[in-house]
Every structure is written in C-alpha cells, then in structure tokens.
Design a protein around this ligand. Structure first.
Ligand SMILES: [Zn+2]
Length: 232
C-alpha cells in the first residue's frame, strides 16, 4: 500500500472530487472570512446568518432566488439559523487548522479532520443521482433554502482540495502582521508568498523598496548602508 492509500478494505479506492467553475476553492473563501486572524485584532466577516447568505451569493453557492429562499428559511427559524452559523464557523476554524498545517507540512489535526468528516458525510447525504441526458448527475435531495448549504459545500470543497493534486500548493500569506489568508499557489515556480498582490504583496514590495532606497541614500560610511546593499 502506498503512503497515500487508504487502509484496509478501502485500499482499492482513491477519492476524486473536483471543484469546477470557480475563481478559487470555496473552502478557502470561507477560511478567509476571518482576516488578520494571527494579529491582535482579527476582522470577522460572518457575524450573522445574513452575512452567510451574502457569502453564498458572492461565492456562487446560491443564485438570487436561492439566496432569497435561504434568507426566508432563516427568518422563519432564527435559532436554527444561529446554530447553523455556529456550525459553519466551527467548520471554518477546523479548515483553517487543517490547511495551515498542510501549508507548513505539519501533521493534520485529527479533531479538525473529524469535524470535516461529519460535514462531508452530511453533504454526501444531501445528494442524489439522477439520469439526465444520458448521464448520471448529482442533484440536491432537498428543495432550495436549506440552511446548511454553505457549510456542506465548503466541506466538499475542502475534501476536493485536501485530497487533490493542489493540496501541496496551499499556502498561508507570509505577511508579518498576521494576515492569515490562505491561497493556492499556481505560479510555475511556486514562488507566491502573499494572499493578494494588491494588498499584502503590494505592502511587501513597498517595504522592500523603502528599505532599499534608505540603504542607497545613507552615507557610505554607515555600517547599515552596507548591510542594506547586501540585502538589495
Ligand atoms: Zn495577506
């Protein structure tokens, strides 16, 4: 059995789930809804279930009608919506731990894998297969407006990423202020270090430029000027 093969009676299978038609993995969009998570004052973007509906809309999990149905369901059962928001945030934090560990080639935490497993299990249970135009397609068993749609799809996305070929390309932003955003590095030489070139990457470039400029404008006798030249 190879190192990556599942144990025992399931050794003949390799799980293949692919996420298609998106700008990036849905699971990382979810983890990134908590920004500056390694800084002293993290920025939370999911305060209410309405925020989760908005996330579903922006990330293409729900179209306008589905988002409206989701909002109606939440309005009709506030406690259930609040519980689902809590469950989604629990999955989000588990996914962050899993991917952050993956990014630094550390052992993946078992308790977080168990949380993902429970959500993925529910996601599989939410799907049925139907013949359509000569093919077997996966379709939702339930009508639109199910509160758990974001959490379950994020679980599928996480399984697709963690079990797929891009698992080793997941990185955490190198910004030293504690950005904590995760991304998939698709550059040819795997050299990407920052979440967004317009944000942390731009700041890093400006910092580097200032340091270089400072070192070049210092008096030539200054010891730090020599240090700066070596760096640049
Ligand atoms: Zn960043």
């Amino acid at each position: 059995m190879s190192a990556g093969a599942p144990p025992g009676a399931w050794a003949r299978w390799q799980l293949a789930v692919h996420e298609i038609g998106s700008d990036g993995p849905l699971c990382l969009a979810l983890t990134n809804t908590r920004h500056w998570r390694r800084a002293s004052a993290p920025v939370e973007h999911l305060h209410t279930f309405a925020d989760l509906v908005q996330f579903a809309r922006v990330e293409g999990v729900a179209d306008a009608d589905e988002a409206a149905a989701l909002a109606r369901t939440a309005e009709g059962d506030g406690p259930a919506a609040q519980a689902e928001l809590g469950a989604t945030l629990q999955l989000r934090e588990a996914l962050f731990s899993l991917f952050a560990a993956q990014a630094r080639s550390a052992e993946l935490p078992h308790e977080d894998a168990a949380i993902l497993t429970r959500c993925f299990d529910a996601a599989v249970g939410a799907l049925a297969f139907e013949p359509r135009a000569g093919r077997l397609l996966h379709v939702p068993r339930a009508v639109p407006g199910q509160l758990d749609v974001v959490r379950l799809q994020c679980a599928v996305s996480a399984v697709a990423l963690l079990c797929g070929t891009h698992a080793r390309n997941v990185k955490e932003c190198a910004d030293d202020r504690g950005c904590g955003r995760l991304f998939v590095d698709l550059t040819r030489n795997r050299s990407r270090r920052y979440c967004l070139s317009a944000e942390c990457g731009n700041r890093a470039r400006q910092t580097k430029y200032r340091e270089r400029h400072k070192s070049l404008t210092r008096p030539s006798g200054s010891p730090s000027a020599h240090a700066g030249r070596r760096k640049g």
